[in-house]
Design a protein around this ligand. Sequence first.
Ligand code: UD1
Length: 433
Amino acid sequence: MESIVIHGGRKLEGTLHVQGAKNAVLPILAACVLVNGVCVLHNCPVLTDVAAAIEILRCLGCKVRREGHTLIVDARVISRCSIPDSLMREMRSSIVFLGAMLARLGAAQLCMPGGCEIGSRPIDLHLSALRTMGVTVQEQNGNLCCKVPNRLHSSVIRLAFPSVGATENVMLASAFAKGRTVIYNAAQEPEIEDLADFLNACGCNVRIDAGAVRIDGVDSAHDAEHTVIPDRIAALSYMTAVAACGGDVCLKDVRTAHFASANEVFRQAGCELDISATQLRIRSNGCLRAVEHIKTQPYPGFPTDAQAAVMAMLCVAHGTSTMTETIFENRFNHVPQLRRMGAVIRTKGCEARIRGVKRLSGAHVHAVDLRAGGALITAALAADGVSVIEGVDHIDRGYETIEACYRTLGADIERSAGSGKQQSKQKQPVRQL
Ligand code: UD1
């Protein structure tokens, strides 16, 4: 069982290239199923969730090759229309293969997806939208058997909530539908735009404007080359660590417009930000101020995926901050772990009150989901003494070589092969500048 061992209290300084976006590459890999040809995807992070998506593609009959951060997906032959339960349960994003399989194969058999335990995470919006498009869906004991009786037809879909996954599934399912599909109240996350850009590069016809996505069905999709957008959540996680530890770090290869709502929080906390379109420099003297109120919301609001790491940062801010989680009902898994490090946090339902303490202290903690893991690393880097973080498998789902990245910034952080009592001497390679 691996763990991450951190000797906290060091300032962070230097330059970091931010990985490609997990939440963009996963639906794009599913979209490759539409293409009777070969797609070349650049800036694909090395993550266990990406490995799971590659396994799903291979299982369907596709050939996938990795060359560094480039993935080459050959989907000319698809030999199967079902995904094994073990792969479906690896991650939530496996559900977007449903739309792609329906578009290309007219059928899909799979079970309910897995992923982080942060709430009930139903897929009713996905299924009712697909039914509107003419898909027959049979659900039994968590298994789904979906079929397209004829060609999918044009539809107007009004999502009750701008669900990211449901928007992606409909975009994929409708790529070859007859006529125009319109999704109102669609998700507007940058990852949706990246998926649309990839689909258009493949010859599909997708337009996004004013909260709606319009898909004009085409007959087929062709080979394409695409570069995945940078990961705004990874960038924000690194920023929380710099803010909490103090330091001066330049993040390269980011799209700062993608996390504008969160940038404001860092400024309110007392950090200095120099921002250009693709680069961000954050400076902090380590003495943070509380932030009055943060509420997670669909994009362009404050992202739910950054809530945990920002909370970790606010644990050492002077004063009391409040946060409201509106997207998921069970997304304070990190709170008991942060308390073990001395944080003073009270929660009631979806509200959290964080009373900043001068210093956190190192502790043995467990990452119970991906973003909780990112948050614990932020807290441990800022804490006095040694922390051991278990549950590294969650962290590896979304952060590429996280300890190597922090080491380039001067952190004392190691991956240990055991439960942290013995530190591993093995260093991970740092992503090349
Ligand atoms: C969500 C986040 C996304 C984040 C990802 C991983 C939002 C809006 N979405 O995307 O930014 O990157 O988690 O952490 O911030 N829901 C239903 N029925 C459905 C689908 C969703 O009730 O069929 C509800 C969910 O329970 C949840 C909310 O809608 O409360 C957001 O879901 P959705 O956007 O679909 O989740 P993800 O696609 O996983």
